[in-house]
Design a protein. Structure first.
Length: 268
């Protein structure tokens, strides 16, 4: 059975760390409506994802949540404070690792600390960076340069760089889309493990229904432009999730339900 539709604004068991109310975004002197009336609650420690057709406003929504662009309407609240620009408690990861080729792995990880707080602060965080390398399975690669890392290893280093600032929320813009399918599956399981171990609150933009279902507690399905949430689908699968679950009948029902929503939403 597919869970009933979760109405926007429905009280959640865990308190939300991130709250969006009536968020909209217009461009071209308000002639192009990219987002309209988006309401989201992200409970602390949850993993959520947003999925929708190309051009529905997913990346715009993520940039607003990151404080990279301002909404034209509505409010964005993180940890009881409005998001008015980039913040230290927001971690973001992009489709490419974007490591600096002239820096070693550990120096790339410590770069945000060095930029914000100086060399001494970065040195003080070196032990934390090494612990993160252990967490993602990169022990022994701290002195390696990006050219010496595989695509999956580079993305794991990028995860460490995101986590070193101890953000309250992780915003993920299709971080593994450039990897081949086997590596992507492995990295998704690694991401889940890291989020569970650190009790992180994560929000993922993806084009993959299967990826959204295997990782998420809630999948927010967006309709075509103007982008808006047409349904929040609760994924009731036990954690930790495993790749074997993709063959289960319950997993198949979630995938079918979300695919039908996307098909209906793209025609609206």
């Amino acid at each position: 059975m597919i869970p009933q539709r979760v109405k926007e604004g429905t009280p959640l068991a865990a308190p939300p760390v991130y709250t969006l109310r009536g968020v909209g975004k217009t461009y071209a002197r308000r002639s192009l409506v990219a987002l309209e009336g988006v309401n989201l609650d992200l409970p602390r420690g949850s993993f959520s994802s947003v999925i929708g057709s190309s051009g529905c406003g997913k990346s715009t929504l993520l940039k607003i949540m990151a404080g990279l662009i301002s909404p034209s309407a509505g409010s964005v609240i993180l940890a009881d404070r409005p998001v008015l620009g980039p913040r230290r408690d927001i971690g973001m990861m992009f489709q490419q690792a974007t490591l600096f080729p002239w820096l070693t792995t550990i120096d790339n990880i410590l770069l945000p600390i060095r930029i914000r707080d100086g060399r001494a602060a970065a040195r003080d965080k070196a032990a934390d960076a090494m612990a993160l390398l252990d967490l993602v399975g990169l022990r022994g690669f701290d002195k390696a340069y990006p050219a010496e890392l595989s695509g999956g290893m580079a993305q794991r280093a990028a995860i460490c760089r995101m986590l070193i600032t101890e953000p309250a929320v992780l915003l993920l813009d299709e971080p593994f889309s450039a990897l081949d399918e086997l590596v992507r599956d492995f990295m998704n399981m690694e991401l889940q493990r890291i989020c569970l171990e650190r009790e992180a609150t994560a929000f993922l933009v993806t084009h993959s229904i299967a990826e959204a279902v295997i990782l998420s507690d809630t999948v927010f399905v967006m309709g075509a432009r103007p982008g808006r949430v047409i349904e929040a689908v609760t994924i009731d699968l036990p954690r930790p999730r495993t790749l074997d679950m993709v063959t289960s009948p319950a997993f198949g029902r979630y995938v079918t339900h979300i695919r039908n929503l996307l098909s209906t939403g793209s025609q609206s």
